[in-house]
Design a protein around this ligand. Structure first.
Ligand SMILES: *Cc1c(COP(=O)(O)O)cnc(C)c1O
Length: 430
Protein backbone atom coordinates (compact mmCIF):
# COMPACT_ATOMS: atom_id res chain seq x y z
CA UNK A 1 0.00 0.00 0.00
CA UNK A 2 1.21 3.47 -0.87
CA UNK A 3 0.02 6.77 0.55
CA UNK A 4 -0.35 10.13 -1.17
CA UNK A 5 -0.76 13.53 0.45
CA UNK A 6 -4.21 15.14 0.27
CA UNK A 7 -2.42 18.31 -0.91
CA UNK A 8 -0.78 16.28 -3.72
CA UNK A 9 2.54 18.12 -3.52
CA UNK A 10 4.55 15.43 -1.67
CA UNK A 11 6.14 12.17 -2.83
CA UNK A 12 4.19 8.93 -2.48
CA UNK A 13 5.32 6.96 0.59
CA UNK A 14 4.79 3.57 2.22
CA UNK A 15 3.23 2.93 5.63
CA UNK A 16 6.57 3.15 7.44
CA UNK A 17 7.43 6.54 6.00
CA UNK A 18 3.89 7.88 6.56
CA UNK A 19 3.91 6.73 10.19
CA UNK A 20 7.33 8.23 10.92
CA UNK A 21 6.52 11.55 9.23
CA UNK A 22 3.01 11.96 10.62
CA UNK A 23 2.08 14.87 8.39
CA UNK A 24 3.17 15.06 4.75
CA UNK A 25 5.83 17.71 3.92
CA UNK A 26 3.24 19.76 2.00
CA UNK A 27 1.18 19.81 5.23
CA UNK A 28 -1.44 17.49 3.72
CA UNK A 29 -2.67 14.27 5.31
CA UNK A 30 -1.53 10.89 4.04
CA UNK A 31 -4.26 8.86 2.38
CA UNK A 32 -4.14 5.27 0.98
CA UNK A 33 -3.99 5.01 -2.82
CA UNK A 34 -6.67 2.32 -2.86
CA UNK A 35 -9.32 1.17 -0.37
CA UNK A 36 -8.84 -2.58 0.09
CA UNK A 37 -11.97 -4.75 0.29
CA UNK A 38 -12.06 -6.92 3.41
CA UNK A 39 -12.29 -10.58 2.42
CA UNK A 40 -15.83 -11.97 2.26
CA UNK A 41 -14.68 -14.91 4.43
CA UNK A 42 -13.88 -12.43 7.20
CA UNK A 43 -17.06 -10.38 6.87
CA UNK A 44 -19.29 -13.46 6.79
CA UNK A 45 -17.63 -15.07 9.78
CA UNK A 46 -17.12 -12.14 12.13
CA UNK A 47 -18.83 -13.97 14.98
CA UNK A 48 -16.62 -17.04 14.63
CA UNK A 49 -13.27 -15.27 14.22
CA UNK A 50 -11.29 -13.97 17.16
CA UNK A 51 -10.88 -10.23 17.65
CA UNK A 52 -7.17 -9.94 16.97
CA UNK A 53 -7.58 -12.14 13.87
CA UNK A 54 -10.22 -9.79 12.45
CA UNK A 55 -8.10 -6.73 13.22
CA UNK A 56 -5.07 -8.32 11.59
CA UNK A 57 -6.99 -8.97 8.35
CA UNK A 58 -8.31 -5.40 8.36
CA UNK A 59 -4.93 -3.69 8.84
CA UNK A 60 -2.63 -6.01 6.89
CA UNK A 61 -3.15 -4.44 3.43
CA UNK A 62 -2.45 -0.96 4.84
CA UNK A 63 0.83 -2.02 6.44
CA UNK A 64 1.98 -4.03 3.41
CA UNK A 65 5.46 -5.49 3.79
CA UNK A 66 6.75 -2.77 6.13
CA UNK A 67 6.11 -5.00 9.18
CA UNK A 68 6.51 -8.81 9.03
CA UNK A 69 3.37 -10.88 9.68
CA UNK A 70 4.40 -12.23 13.08
CA UNK A 71 5.34 -8.74 14.36
CA UNK A 72 2.07 -7.29 13.08
CA UNK A 73 0.09 -10.06 14.78
CA UNK A 74 1.83 -9.27 18.06
CA UNK A 75 1.18 -5.52 17.64
CA UNK A 76 -2.51 -6.08 16.92
CA UNK A 77 -2.93 -8.46 19.87
CA UNK A 78 -1.24 -5.99 22.24
CA UNK A 79 -3.38 -3.16 20.87
CA UNK A 80 -6.59 -5.03 21.68
CA UNK A 81 -5.62 -6.34 25.11
CA UNK A 82 -8.82 -5.01 26.73
CA UNK A 83 -12.53 -5.65 26.08
CA UNK A 84 -14.65 -3.50 23.73
CA UNK A 85 -18.19 -4.56 24.66
CA UNK A 86 -21.40 -3.58 22.90
CA UNK A 87 -23.87 -2.88 25.73
CA UNK A 88 -27.62 -2.56 25.21
CA UNK A 89 -28.91 0.71 26.65
CA UNK A 90 -32.52 0.27 25.51
CA UNK A 91 -34.55 -1.57 22.88
CA UNK A 92 -33.14 0.40 19.96
CA UNK A 93 -29.78 1.70 21.13
CA UNK A 94 -26.51 0.07 22.19
CA UNK A 95 -23.28 1.67 23.44
CA UNK A 96 -19.94 0.54 22.05
CA UNK A 97 -17.75 1.03 25.11
CA UNK A 98 -14.33 2.18 24.02
CA UNK A 99 -13.15 3.19 27.48
CA UNK A 100 -11.80 -0.06 28.94
CA UNK A 101 -8.20 0.65 27.95
CA UNK A 102 -5.49 2.02 30.25
CA UNK A 103 -6.45 5.71 29.93
CA UNK A 104 -10.22 5.21 29.72
CA UNK A 105 -10.79 6.70 26.26
CA UNK A 106 -10.89 5.38 22.69
CA UNK A 107 -7.56 7.01 21.87
CA UNK A 108 -5.86 4.07 23.59
CA UNK A 109 -6.49 1.88 20.53
CA UNK A 110 -4.80 4.20 18.05
CA UNK A 111 -2.02 5.19 20.44
CA UNK A 112 -1.15 1.59 21.35
CA UNK A 113 -0.99 0.56 17.71
CA UNK A 114 1.03 3.59 16.62
CA UNK A 115 3.52 3.34 19.48
CA UNK A 116 4.27 -0.27 18.71
CA UNK A 117 4.64 0.40 14.98
CA UNK A 118 7.06 3.27 15.65
CA UNK A 119 8.92 1.15 18.20
CA UNK A 120 9.40 -1.45 15.45
CA UNK A 121 10.35 1.03 12.70
CA UNK A 122 12.85 2.92 14.84
CA UNK A 123 14.42 -0.09 16.55
CA UNK A 124 17.76 0.41 14.81
CA UNK A 125 17.87 4.21 15.01
CA UNK A 126 21.14 5.29 16.65
CA UNK A 127 20.06 8.79 17.66
CA UNK A 128 17.83 9.22 20.67
CA UNK A 129 14.22 8.93 19.48
CA UNK A 130 11.88 11.45 21.10
CA UNK A 131 8.15 11.54 20.67
CA UNK A 132 7.12 15.13 21.31
CA UNK A 133 3.44 15.85 21.75
CA UNK A 134 1.15 18.65 22.95
CA UNK A 135 -2.12 17.65 24.56
CA UNK A 136 -5.35 19.27 25.62
CA UNK A 137 -6.28 16.21 27.69
CA UNK A 138 -6.93 12.72 26.35
CA UNK A 139 -4.19 12.40 23.73
CA UNK A 140 -1.33 12.87 26.20
CA UNK A 141 -2.39 10.05 28.50
CA UNK A 142 -3.05 7.64 25.65
CA UNK A 143 0.30 8.40 24.01
CA UNK A 144 2.16 8.17 27.33
CA UNK A 145 0.68 4.77 28.10
CA UNK A 146 1.15 3.62 24.50
CA UNK A 147 4.89 4.32 24.57
CA UNK A 148 5.46 3.44 28.24
CA UNK A 149 8.65 1.35 28.47
CA UNK A 150 8.90 0.99 24.66
CA UNK A 151 12.67 0.47 24.27
CA UNK A 152 14.68 3.28 22.68
CA UNK A 153 11.88 5.84 22.79
CA UNK A 154 11.51 8.80 25.08
CA UNK A 155 8.20 10.68 25.28
CA UNK A 156 7.86 14.36 26.18
CA UNK A 157 4.35 15.67 26.70
CA UNK A 158 3.47 19.36 26.97
CA UNK A 159 0.20 20.14 28.69
CA UNK A 160 -1.41 23.40 29.76
CA UNK A 161 -1.26 23.92 33.51
CA UNK A 162 -4.65 23.84 35.22
CA UNK A 163 -6.54 23.12 31.98
CA UNK A 164 -6.78 19.33 32.03
CA UNK A 165 -9.01 17.32 34.37
CA UNK A 166 -7.49 15.76 37.53
CA UNK A 167 -7.68 12.23 36.09
CA UNK A 168 -6.12 13.37 32.82
CA UNK A 169 -3.27 15.09 34.66
CA UNK A 170 -2.48 11.98 36.72
CA UNK A 171 -2.48 9.83 33.58
CA UNK A 172 0.14 12.15 32.06
CA UNK A 173 2.39 12.74 35.02
CA UNK A 174 2.67 9.59 37.11
CA UNK A 175 4.24 6.97 34.85
CA UNK A 176 7.89 8.00 35.03
CA UNK A 177 10.50 5.82 33.21
CA UNK A 178 10.63 7.05 29.60
CA UNK A 179 7.68 9.44 29.96
CA UNK A 180 8.24 13.08 30.90
CA UNK A 181 5.60 15.72 31.40
CA UNK A 182 6.18 19.42 30.98
CA UNK A 183 3.54 21.56 32.65
CA UNK A 184 3.36 24.71 30.56
CA UNK A 185 2.14 27.85 32.31
CA UNK A 186 -0.03 28.76 29.36
CA UNK A 187 -2.69 27.42 27.02
CA UNK A 188 -2.94 24.39 24.74
CA UNK A 189 -2.17 26.71 21.83
CA UNK A 190 1.12 27.67 23.54
CA UNK A 191 2.01 24.00 23.90
CA UNK A 192 1.25 23.31 20.27
CA UNK A 193 3.25 26.34 19.07
CA UNK A 194 6.30 25.25 21.09
CA UNK A 195 6.12 21.70 19.75
CA UNK A 196 5.84 22.92 16.16
CA UNK A 197 8.87 25.15 16.62
CA UNK A 198 10.92 22.25 17.93
CA UNK A 199 10.14 20.27 14.78
CA UNK A 200 11.72 22.95 12.59
CA UNK A 201 14.80 23.52 14.79
CA UNK A 202 18.01 22.15 13.19
CA UNK A 203 19.99 22.24 16.42
CA UNK A 204 17.42 19.99 18.07
CA UNK A 205 17.36 17.72 15.01
CA UNK A 206 21.13 17.20 15.28
CA UNK A 207 20.78 15.92 18.80
CA UNK A 208 17.51 14.00 18.68
CA UNK A 209 15.32 12.12 16.20
CA UNK A 210 12.02 13.91 16.84
CA UNK A 211 8.71 12.38 15.85
CA UNK A 212 5.14 13.38 16.54
CA UNK A 213 2.22 11.35 17.80
CA UNK A 214 -0.70 13.49 16.81
CA UNK A 215 -4.00 12.18 15.58
CA UNK A 216 -3.48 12.73 11.87
CA UNK A 217 -0.80 10.00 11.81
CA UNK A 218 -2.01 7.06 9.67
CA UNK A 219 -0.77 4.66 12.35
CA UNK A 220 -3.24 6.20 14.78
CA UNK A 221 -6.08 6.70 12.31
CA UNK A 222 -6.25 3.32 10.53
CA UNK A 223 -6.47 0.98 13.58
CA UNK A 224 -9.55 2.88 14.71
CA UNK A 225 -11.38 0.77 12.13
CA UNK A 226 -10.93 -2.26 14.39
CA UNK A 227 -13.73 -1.53 16.79
CA UNK A 228 -16.31 -0.94 14.08
CA UNK A 229 -15.70 -4.54 12.99
CA UNK A 230 -15.81 -5.68 16.62
CA UNK A 231 -19.14 -3.86 17.04
CA UNK A 232 -20.62 -5.75 14.08
CA UNK A 233 -19.21 -8.96 15.54
CA UNK A 234 -21.51 -8.37 18.54
CA UNK A 235 -24.50 -7.07 16.53
CA UNK A 236 -27.59 -9.25 16.90
CA UNK A 237 -29.91 -7.83 14.23
CA UNK A 238 -29.98 -8.82 10.61
CA UNK A 239 -30.31 -5.26 9.34
CA UNK A 240 -27.10 -3.17 9.67
CA UNK A 241 -26.81 -0.52 12.40
CA UNK A 242 -26.89 3.24 12.26
CA UNK A 243 -23.70 4.37 14.02
CA UNK A 244 -23.34 7.71 15.81
CA UNK A 245 -19.79 8.91 16.51
CA UNK A 246 -19.05 11.81 18.88
CA UNK A 247 -16.77 13.85 16.64
CA UNK A 248 -14.18 16.59 17.03
CA UNK A 249 -11.26 16.21 14.69
CA UNK A 250 -13.23 13.59 12.69
CA UNK A 251 -10.53 10.91 12.78
CA UNK A 252 -12.68 8.35 14.51
CA UNK A 253 -15.71 8.65 12.23
CA UNK A 254 -13.44 8.76 9.19
CA UNK A 255 -12.08 5.36 10.24
CA UNK A 256 -15.67 4.08 10.47
CA UNK A 257 -16.47 5.36 6.99
CA UNK A 258 -13.30 3.70 5.70
CA UNK A 259 -14.39 0.40 7.27
CA UNK A 260 -17.75 0.79 5.52
CA UNK A 261 -16.08 1.44 2.16
CA UNK A 262 -14.09 -1.75 2.75
CA UNK A 263 -17.28 -3.75 3.03
CA UNK A 264 -18.47 -3.47 6.64
CA UNK A 265 -22.30 -3.34 6.61
CA UNK A 266 -23.43 -0.04 8.16
CA UNK A 267 -26.77 1.59 7.39
CA UNK A 268 -25.73 5.16 8.07
CA UNK A 269 -23.20 7.25 10.02
CA UNK A 270 -24.00 10.25 12.19
CA UNK A 271 -21.30 12.71 13.19
CA UNK A 272 -22.49 13.88 16.60
CA UNK A 273 -21.01 17.30 17.35
CA UNK A 274 -21.30 19.86 20.11
CA UNK A 275 -21.75 23.52 19.15
CA UNK A 276 -18.38 23.38 17.38
CA UNK A 277 -20.20 22.27 14.27
CA UNK A 278 -18.25 23.37 11.21
CA UNK A 279 -19.09 20.06 9.51
CA UNK A 280 -22.83 20.13 10.23
CA UNK A 281 -23.05 23.63 8.78
CA UNK A 282 -21.08 22.53 5.74
CA UNK A 283 -23.37 19.53 5.15
CA UNK A 284 -26.37 21.85 5.45
CA UNK A 285 -24.96 23.81 2.51
CA UNK A 286 -22.80 26.57 4.05
CA UNK A 287 -19.24 27.31 2.97
CA UNK A 288 -16.41 25.43 4.71
CA UNK A 289 -15.83 27.88 7.54
CA UNK A 290 -13.23 26.95 10.20
CA UNK A 291 -13.55 28.99 13.38
CA UNK A 292 -12.08 29.33 16.84
CA UNK A 293 -13.36 26.53 19.05
CA UNK A 294 -15.85 27.35 21.80
CA UNK A 295 -15.30 25.53 25.13
CA UNK A 296 -18.02 22.96 25.96
CA UNK A 297 -18.67 20.09 28.39
CA UNK A 298 -17.59 17.60 25.72
CA UNK A 299 -14.20 19.29 25.48
CA UNK A 300 -12.43 16.60 23.45
CA UNK A 301 -14.70 17.68 20.59
CA UNK A 302 -13.91 21.39 20.85
CA UNK A 303 -12.28 21.59 17.45
CA UNK A 304 -12.85 24.55 15.15
CA UNK A 305 -11.06 23.19 12.10
CA UNK A 306 -11.47 19.39 11.93
CA UNK A 307 -8.34 18.14 10.15
CA UNK A 308 -9.62 14.73 9.14
CA UNK A 309 -12.63 15.98 7.19
CA UNK A 310 -10.45 16.23 4.09
CA UNK A 311 -9.93 12.47 4.34
CA UNK A 312 -13.70 11.97 4.39
CA UNK A 313 -13.98 14.02 1.21
CA UNK A 314 -11.29 11.83 -0.38
CA UNK A 315 -13.24 8.72 0.61
CA UNK A 316 -16.24 9.96 -1.34
CA UNK A 317 -14.29 11.33 -4.30
CA UNK A 318 -15.19 14.87 -3.20
CA UNK A 319 -18.86 14.23 -3.99
CA UNK A 320 -20.96 15.89 -1.30
CA UNK A 321 -24.14 14.23 -2.55
CA UNK A 322 -22.60 10.74 -2.28
CA UNK A 323 -21.30 11.65 1.14
CA UNK A 324 -24.70 12.82 2.37
CA UNK A 325 -26.22 9.44 1.47
CA UNK A 326 -24.02 7.81 4.09
CA UNK A 327 -23.31 10.56 6.61
CA UNK A 328 -25.41 13.07 8.53
CA UNK A 329 -24.28 15.46 11.22
CA UNK A 330 -26.03 16.75 14.32
CA UNK A 331 -25.35 19.65 16.67
CA UNK A 332 -26.02 19.18 20.39
CA UNK A 333 -25.75 21.99 22.97
CA UNK A 334 -24.33 21.66 26.50
CA UNK A 335 -27.81 22.04 27.96
CA UNK A 336 -29.08 19.16 25.82
CA UNK A 337 -26.02 17.12 26.78
CA UNK A 338 -26.73 17.49 30.52
CA UNK A 339 -30.40 16.62 30.02
CA UNK A 340 -29.41 13.59 27.96
CA UNK A 341 -26.99 12.30 30.65
CA UNK A 342 -29.79 12.68 33.18
CA UNK A 343 -32.49 11.05 31.04
CA UNK A 344 -30.35 8.11 29.88
CA UNK A 345 -29.48 7.45 33.51
CA UNK A 346 -33.07 7.72 34.73
CA UNK A 347 -34.57 5.66 31.91
CA UNK A 348 -31.91 2.96 31.58
CA UNK A 349 -29.55 3.22 34.52
CA UNK A 350 -26.72 3.82 32.05
CA UNK A 351 -24.20 6.51 32.91
CA UNK A 352 -22.93 8.22 29.76
CA UNK A 353 -20.03 10.68 29.65
CA UNK A 354 -20.72 14.03 27.94
CA UNK A 355 -19.24 12.86 24.61
CA UNK A 356 -21.25 9.64 24.62
CA UNK A 357 -24.38 11.58 25.57
CA UNK A 358 -23.96 13.79 22.49
CA UNK A 359 -23.71 10.61 20.41
CA UNK A 360 -26.74 9.03 22.07
CA UNK A 361 -28.96 12.06 21.51
CA UNK A 362 -27.96 12.46 17.87
CA UNK A 363 -28.69 8.76 17.31
CA UNK A 364 -32.02 8.84 19.13
CA UNK A 365 -33.22 11.73 16.98
CA UNK A 366 -32.20 9.95 13.79
CA UNK A 367 -33.96 6.74 14.83
CA UNK A 368 -37.12 8.66 15.68
CA UNK A 369 -37.13 10.09 12.16
CA UNK A 370 -36.34 6.65 10.63
CA UNK A 371 -38.48 4.12 12.54
CA UNK A 372 -37.62 0.44 12.43
CA UNK A 373 -33.85 0.90 12.59
CA UNK A 374 -31.45 0.10 15.43
CA UNK A 375 -28.28 1.89 16.27
CA UNK A 376 -24.98 2.11 18.11
CA UNK A 377 -23.33 5.14 19.67
CA UNK A 378 -19.65 5.15 20.51
CA UNK A 379 -19.05 5.72 24.21
CA UNK A 380 -15.66 7.36 23.67
CA UNK A 381 -14.58 7.93 27.29
CA UNK A 382 -15.36 6.76 30.80
CA UNK A 383 -17.63 9.24 32.63
CA UNK A 384 -15.16 9.42 35.52
CA UNK A 385 -12.88 11.49 33.27
CA UNK A 386 -15.49 14.23 33.24
CA UNK A 387 -16.73 14.42 36.85
CA UNK A 388 -17.96 18.01 36.65
CA UNK A 389 -20.46 17.37 33.88
CA UNK A 390 -21.77 14.20 35.48
CA UNK A 391 -22.09 15.94 38.84
CA UNK A 392 -24.05 18.78 37.22
CA UNK A 393 -26.35 16.41 35.35
CA UNK A 394 -27.10 13.98 38.17
CA UNK A 395 -26.48 16.12 41.25
CA UNK A 396 -24.37 13.36 42.72
CA UNK A 397 -20.77 12.22 42.87
CA UNK A 398 -19.61 9.23 40.84
CA UNK A 399 -17.93 6.28 42.39
CA UNK A 400 -14.26 6.15 41.45
CA UNK A 401 -13.25 2.74 40.00
CA UNK A 402 -10.66 0.97 42.16
CA UNK A 403 -7.95 1.09 39.47
CA UNK A 404 -8.33 4.84 39.28
CA UNK A 405 -8.23 5.31 43.02
CA UNK A 406 -4.70 3.96 42.93
CA UNK A 407 -3.75 6.26 40.05
CA UNK A 408 -5.06 9.31 41.90
CA UNK A 409 -2.73 8.53 44.81
CA UNK A 410 0.43 8.43 42.67
CA UNK A 411 2.64 11.48 43.02
CA UNK A 412 2.63 13.90 40.09
CA UNK A 413 6.00 14.24 38.33
CA UNK A 414 6.09 17.23 36.02
CA UNK A 415 8.50 20.02 35.33
CA UNK A 416 6.87 23.44 35.17
CA UNK A 417 8.04 25.62 32.29
CA UNK A 418 7.12 29.03 30.93
CA UNK A 419 5.28 29.18 27.58
CA UNK A 420 8.59 30.08 25.96
CA UNK A 421 10.22 27.99 23.22
CA UNK A 422 13.74 28.66 24.52
CA UNK A 423 12.89 26.80 27.72
CA UNK A 424 11.70 23.77 25.77
CA UNK A 425 14.76 23.95 23.54
CA UNK A 426 17.10 24.07 26.53
CA UNK A 427 15.36 21.01 27.89
CA UNK A 428 15.62 19.13 24.59
CA UNK A 429 19.34 19.92 24.19
CA UNK A 430 20.22 19.14 27.78
C1 LIG B 1 -10.70 12.73 20.94
C2 LIG B 1 -12.07 12.46 21.46
C3 LIG B 1 -13.24 12.60 20.66
C4 LIG B 1 -13.18 13.12 19.23
O1 LIG B 1 -12.61 12.20 18.35
P1 LIG B 1 -12.16 12.67 16.89
O2 LIG B 1 -11.49 11.49 16.29
O3 LIG B 1 -11.21 13.82 17.13
O4 LIG B 1 -13.37 13.11 16.15
C5 LIG B 1 -14.47 12.26 21.20
N1 LIG B 1 -14.59 11.85 22.48
C6 LIG B 1 -13.49 11.72 23.29
C7 LIG B 1 -13.70 11.28 24.68
C8 LIG B 1 -12.21 12.01 22.81
O5 LIG B 1 -11.14 11.90 23.63
Amino acid sequence: MKYFSTNRQSPIVDFREAAIQGQAPDKGLYFPETIPAVQAAVLQNLKQLDEAGIAYEVIRPYVGDTIPAHELRRIVAETLSFPIPLVNVNEHIAALELFHGPTLAFKDVGARFMSRCLGYFLRNETRKVTVLVATSGDTGGAVAHGFYKVPGIEVIILYPSGKVSPVQEKQLTTLGHNIQALEVKGTFDDCQRMVKEAFTDDQVAEKRFLTSANSINVARWLPQQFYYFLALRQWEYEFPPVIAVPSGNFGNICAGLLAMQSGLPVQHFIAACNVNDVVSSYLRGSEWQPRTAVPTLSNAMDVGNPSNFVRILELFGHSISDLKQRLSAATITDEETLLAIQRIYNESGYLADPHGAVGYLALERYLQAHPGLHGIFLETAHPVKFPEAVQRALQKEQEIPAALEQLMQQPKQARAIEPDYEELKGYLLD
